[in-house]
Design a protein around this ligand. Structure first.
Ligand code: SF4
Length: 623
């Protein structure tokens, strides 16, 4: 594991370090990232190596491909118009292909049959590292299916760049490996920004059902003349969810999985759990017959009944394990409340250890992860391989970083009052006054964000002659991207800079980079603890059991400090960047040892006095 700040070249270090091993042992490198933009960045680095090898006339053949999911690559209008989740898309795509209804796929098969290897479909493109975006463009021009072309190419590629799910979702991994035609032990696995893997590994192992998916199940069961009992089962579940949504006012409520099972099977008239288990198996089998009949009729099959049966099979398999938590989850978006019934996996190791055990070797990279916690949560030590963790020295010049913890402000419970928000705004005013161009303010929660706004933040931003940009929770990805672009453009003259107001753990405080003047200062407003929901409490309790009473540290403190570390690192993305990082909550004082190494060594405590921030920050930016 290598922990080193952004801008220190972790990717190129990893690639140049691992490629000789991959060639020597005839292995492939699977480079996993969280987002598509990260994948594109890896391809760019790989191309630098490719150009270097070419310039030096080496005979080494270096190719690579970044791949995306079906929904991001498909060109079929019918599938795209349905806006499905990945599992449903797979099912619909299967049907379209079986019925010869996808012209892009048919074209691809025709062309592929004419060449010895799919690389020869476009040798100039595929004999070097290629990004998914370029492959899609080629397929649009040639009317081919990009998704299957990328899959056919996998076998030929030395390096495959993909999102975590391709390896860590058991369901996706199976078909992925089939296309590569290799076992896991033939891979070197790189996990970039590996701190994200902790959540991904539990997310891919969790399941949920909603009234929407139940309604579609019922429709299918009615249309395909299922036994009445199956339809009653759906109606019982729908009623339970409906009542809960009506009478439950909170956000999450724990469900005792054994009691819930008993309620359901008794309502269905079964004597015991065995009868219910058999019933779920029948439901699962019935989903196959629906599927077959739909295909025979030339219909598109969205496998809702199969997904529901899988949900209950998982419930039955896990309900006695303490590594799972069961709940009703209520969400409100744009004034609309929605409810789901969820199976929440608590232990990332259930997914990660079997993979770590099987791959040839694994390299974990991060700018912010705490190797001690990560090692426990992911199970590096339990993978049967030797483990080495390296925390690289900070490469940044001391004169380029100012990091403060501010005394006298604290957003703990009762402190969230107008007087505290006004005090925080006064301190933010000092930060903005000293900052030449752009600043980011990432709040611990939307509540704190609202508290700052309703206590005068907008006026303060205006007074400093800057423009305020809000990160709103309902914004689409493209709306948010254009808002961020506008924010960045305000850093250039004749503009006087802008302020981006968002939350820690949000897309702009983690997925986005702000080098140069795009963000000179960043304020972490409040300590970003998650709400202590029943699921967080269940995780703390479980971690206490399996990680030697470290529940609070691993399940509550670590994710919070990780959010703060991520947000505070936004302005510093290159060795030459200069930035001021302001931790505006006195609770950081006691937890400073958890802050990223490269920031920790620059930390300064700022007393709760008027102008104490300006006195330190003004010379930093204006000397
Ligand atoms: S074959 Fe390709 S283009 Fe056709 S539906 Fe499937 S993913 Fe889409």
């Amino acid at each position: 594991m290598l922990v080193s700040p952004n801008g220190t070249g972790k990717t190129i270090i990893a690639l140049s370090g691992l490629l000789p091993l991959a060639y020597e042992k005839d292995l492939k490198i699977i480079y996993t990232c969280r987002t598509h933009s990260q994948n594109t960045r890896i391809i760019k680095e790989l191309n630098k190596i490719f150009q270097f090898l070419k310039k030096n006339n080496t005979k080494i053949k270096l190719n690579g491909l970044s791949i995306r999911g079906r929904n991001e690559m498909c060109l079929n209008k019918t599938l795209l118009s349905l806006k499905l989740n990945p599992r449903e898309s797979m099912s619909v795509c299967n049907d379209l292909r079986k019925n010869n209804n996808c012209i892009h796929f048919l074209n691809l098969l025709k062309k592929k049959d004419r060449v010895e290897t799919p690389v020869l479909l476009a040798p100039d493109l595929f004999n070097k590292p290629v990004d998914a975006e370029d492959l899609i463009k080629f397929c649009k021009d040639e009317k081919l299916c990009p998704y299957f072309l990328s899959k056919f190419l996998l076998k030929e590629m030395k390096i495959i760049i993909c999102n975590y799910q391709w390896i860590f979702s058991p369901y996706i991994q199976e078909s992925f490996l089939k296309f590569i035609d290799q076992e896991l032990h033939k891979f070197i696995l790189v996990i970039d920004e590996c701190h994200n893997l902790i959540d991904t590994a539990t997310d891919v192992n969790s399941e949920k059902i909603s009234p929407y998916s139940l309604r579609l199940c019922l429709k299918d069961l009615e249309m395909y003349r299922s036994p009445i009992l199956m339809q009653s089962f759906i109606k019982i579940l729908m009623n339970l969810l409906k009542n809960k949504k009506e009478y439950f006012k909170g956000e999450e409520q724990e469900v005792k999985p054994d009691i819930f099972l008993e309620v359901i099977y008794k309502k269905l008239g079964f004597r015991d759990l065995i009868e219910f288990k058999n019933f779920i198996k029948d439901l699962y089998d019935f989903s196959f017959s629906i599927h077959e009949e739909k295909i025979a009729n030339g219909d598109i099959s969205r496998d809702f009944v199969g997904s529901l049966a899988e949900f209950w099979l998982k419930w039955l398999k896990t309900y006695l394990l303490d590594s799972y938590f069961y709940c009703y989850n209520l969400k409100e978006k744009k004034g609309k409340r929605s409810i789901s019934l969820e199976i929440v996996a608590l232990d990332p190791r259930e997914i990660t250890i079997p993979i770590l055990k099987n791959v040839y070797t694994c390299l974990n990279l991060s700018g912010t992860a705490n190797p001690y916690v990560y090692n426990y949560l992911i199970g590096l030590n339990e993978s049967g391989k030797s483990y080495k963790g390296i925390i690289a020295d900070s490469p940044f010049k001391k004169e380029n970083i100012k990091a403060f913890i501010i005394e006298g402000v604290n957003t703990k419970n009762d402190n969230r009052n107008p007087a505290m928000f006004k005090k925080m705004n006064e301190k933010i005013d000092e930060v903005l006054y000293c900052t030449p161009a752009n600043s980011g303010i990432f709040c611990a929660s939307y509540k704190i964000l609202k508290g700052l706004v309703s206590n005068g933040l907008e006026l303060i931003v205006k007074k400093n002659n800057k423009k305020l940009f809000f990160e709103e929770s309902g914004l689409s990805a493209s709306e948010n991207a254009s808002m961020v672009e506008d924010f960045k453009s305000m850093s250039q003259p004749p503009n006087n800079g802008a302020v981006l107001l968002g939350v820690c753990g949000g897309r702009n405080s983690e997925g986005e980079d702000y080098p140069g003047d795009f963000m000179n200062s960043v304020v972490i407003a409040g300590f970003p603890y998650h709400l202590p929901t029943p699921r967080v409490e269940a995780k703390i309790e479980y971690y206490n059991k399996v990680f030697n009473k470290q529940g609070w540290n691993f399940a509550y403190l670590y994710p919070a400090i990780q959010r703060a570390n991520q947000a505070s690192g936004r302005p510093i993305r290159r060795l030459t960047d200069k930035g001021s990082l302001i931790f505006m909550d006195s609770r950081f004082i006691n937890k400073y040892q958890w802050i990223s190494e490269w920031v920790k060594k620059e930390l300064e405590l700022v007393p709760d006095k008027k102008n104490a921030i300006s006195q330190r920050l003004y010379p930093f930016w204006n000397s």
